[in-house]
Design a protein around this ligand. Sequence first.
Ligand SMILES: O=C(O)CCC(=O)C(=O)O
Length: 262
Amino acid sequence: MQALAEEPSRSGFCVARDLVPHEDLAELRAAIELALANQSRELVEAGELPAQEGSIAGGFLDGISFLLERNVVPRGARVVGNYLRKEIADAVDRLRGQPAITRFAKAILGPRIVSTPQFAVRAHCPGRFDLCFPWHQDVFFLDLEDQVRAHIVNFWIPLVPIDADAGGLDVIKESHLYGVLPHARVQQHRDAPYFMGVEPASLPPGEIVAPELHVGDALVMLDKTVHRTRMNRSPHVRWSVDIRYIEAGRPLGRSGAALAIP
Ligand SMILES: O=C(O)CCC(=O)C(=O)O
């Protein structure tokens, strides 16, 4: 494990194969399925969805796409993002404390770590440019006095297999060695909305890698590693969760509490 844990400091990332036990991912998936079912029942009860569409909207592989296409926006805590419904928030917290993941994070960061409040459950839907984040560095989105000295590790963990079409991530190898890059409003495609991303002229020259991942694998990146979302050209939603760790005592750059890691 130690040799692999040294790879991010060289390449900016590594793929940790079979890092996350399948039972932990199954638990998160079951929590998402429960939250989707509860959310769609609430939408039907509120009259925002016809009863016969409730089970489609509650489906794991297609439900979120279905709601997006119909512009149905659930109120309150979400099934995706950072402000999560209780059913999912508890499962994500358990994953943030998952021993195999935290051991790997400690191998990179040292023995005293916390999980930062910058985490998200994501449902990237087929054919949606508006869910593709352009090239960016996570550190740019943190409120830190010293972004240069930040040292945060992101574990990007898919809940479905990631092949070239599934809407995984592209990573620029060794891009973390270029420091904090200027970001501006950029567009990935002429039909896509503008997002903050690395200014095209400042993109590092490294090789672009699109890691293929199995369920249980984690893509491990540093805060300055330049990455982006690939278009989802598959027929189904790409579910993933990203969780981050930092050495205890360092500024988090986000409001919200850190999760203590024993
Ligand atoms: O999951 C995605 O599409 C983007 C994730 C990402 O950019 C991140 O975890 O920093």
